[in-house]
Structure formats: C-alpha cells, structure tokens
Write a protein that binds this ligand. Structure first.
Ligand code: CIR
Length: 264
C-alpha cells in the first residue's frame, strides 16, 4: 500500500494549547471540572508522543473564548490532498472553525467549506476505502450528505452511518488500529457498521478506551485502561499509554487533540 493511502501514516499534525477555560468544557455528565494544569500536562505528553512517533507538530495558541478549542479534531478534516472546514452544532464551539481556517488556508492548497448542515470531526473515521460519517447529536444528515459531496472533491468516498444513542461522537466508540482493523466498543460493533473489517472489542468497563489513536508504528491508548493495553499488546500492537484522566472529564480522548495528515 502506498504511504499516502494508509490512514494510519502521518507526518504532520496541528494541535492547539488548552485554554484556562478548558475547566468549563462541555460534558454530558458532570464528574467535576478538569484541572487546567492537569490538562496542560496531558497535552504536553501527547505532543511529545506525536513527535516520538515521527510527526512534525504545529502548535497553535490557546483560545480562552472557546473552552473546548483544544479538541482541534472537531472543526476540520485534513487529508494529503486538502482540508474541509466543518460546522459544529454546539453553540459554544461554533467559532472554532473560523479560528482554525487561517492555519488551514496557509497549509493546504485546497480548502473546502462544508456548505450546509453540521458535522464535527469526532464523528468521522477514515478507513482504507471509505470515510465513515456517524450521525449524532452533533452531526446531522444535512451536514453528513454535504460532507459526502466535499469528500468526493478530494477523491474520497463517504459513507453515512449511525453513532450509538447517547454517545457523543462516532469515534468516542472506535478507532482505526490498522487499515483493516478497528478497535470498537461492543455496542458499536453490534450495529454492524464494521462488517467487512476486522474488529477488536474493548473489554467491558473500558469503553472510553475505544478512542485510541494509531500513529505510524504505535497506538496511543489512555493509561487508565490496563485491560485494553494488555489486549492490544497481546495482539501485536506497540502501545504507548498516555494520560487522559483530565480530558476524560469533558468527554474527550486521544484522537480529539490533533488534526493529522500525511504530507507528501
Ligand atoms: C465536547 O463536548 O465537544 C468536548 N467537551 C469534547 C470533544 C471531544 N472531541 C472528540 O471526540 N473529537
């Protein structure tokens, strides 16, 4: 497989420093505010791990007016051939796309704006053949259908699927481990969306571990999920455990903190 066709190969990434306002990030259940210093430490560990995995990281400054702006995966999609600026349906996140746009226009020759509807990048999983778009409380059908058209302009095939009920994003419950294998919760696997792909199910009680992140030769996994770490290690993956306790309080995981692509 050519390097640019493997959706786990990355040499560039964009991240954004957490703002102090991250303590007030959106969450479904309140288990207490994340601590800014703790989030900053988790973010620093993440940037270091991306670098060790062979990725050149562009670090954008914090945006105090957007508490969730550390989660740069949500306002845009990036590919080798270009970028797509998305639109959040969460009012407190609506401005993040405009804040990201200048960086994308400086970086990519082709930048497409989602023409209608709402999509967040957390609902979008790249696989070998298709780009899966999960309908959710944040991603509506108008946005998903518009995104399929945008993906076509970049030579990509989009496929609209369903995020499980009461799950924030499609990728809250899954991640790509290699071009043919998905790490998934049992509830998402049961829906049949991954028929035709290999699946590895996260152990019961570690559902939040499903938002792992394959980067080149390693898989980042939340350090709070020892059973998943053991499972992936025994399946031959090189696991890098990373701290996610603080960002987990506001429903985030490892994919959320970067936009990643392979620049050729
Ligand atoms: C939110 O609710 O939007 C943030 N607190 C968490 C976003 C996580 N992003 C992601 O899964 N891609």
């Amino acid at each position: 497989m050519a390097n640019n066709q493997n959706p786990t190969r990355f040499n560039r990434a964009i991240v954004r420093c957490p703002a102090h306002s991250v303590a007030h990030g959106l969450r479904a259940d309140n288990v207490g505010n994340p601590d800014y210093q703790g989030v900053k430490a988790e973010h620093n560990a993440y940037i270091a791990a991306l670098g060790l995995a062979g990725v050149e990281v562009t670090i954008l400054p914090a945006l105090e007016e957007y508490p969730d702006s550390i989660f740069v995966e949500d306002p845009a999609l990036v590919f080798t051939k270009g970028s797509i600026i998305l639109r959040s349906s969460a009012p407190s996140r609506a401005g993040e796309a405009s804040a990201m746009a200048p960086t994308l226009r400086d970086t990519f020759d082709t930048v497409i704006e989602l023409p209608k509807g709402h999509v967040e990048g957390g609902d979008v999983l790249y696989t070998r053949d298709t780009v899966m778009i999960g309908l959710s409380a944040r991603t509506d059908r108008a946005g998903a259908e518009a995104l399929v058209q945008c993906l076509g302009q970049l030579g990509k095939k989009g496929r609209i699927v369903q995020t499980p009920p009461d799950v924030l994003h499609f990728k809250t419950d899954c991640s790509l481990l290699d071009p043919d294998t998905v790490l998934t919760t049992a509830r998402l696997a049961r829906s049949g969306v991954f028929d035709g792909l290999k699946t590895i199910r996260v152990p019961d009680g570690e559902e939040a571990a499903a938002n792992a992140l394959r980067v080149n030769d390693v898989v980042f996994v939340g350090a709070d999920f020892p059973k998943t770490i053991d499972l992936l290690t025994s399946n031959g993956y090189r696991v890098v455990p990373l701290p996610t306790t603080q960002i987990g309080k506001i429903d985030a995981g490892l994919s959320c903190m970067s936009l990643r692509w392979n620049q050729i």
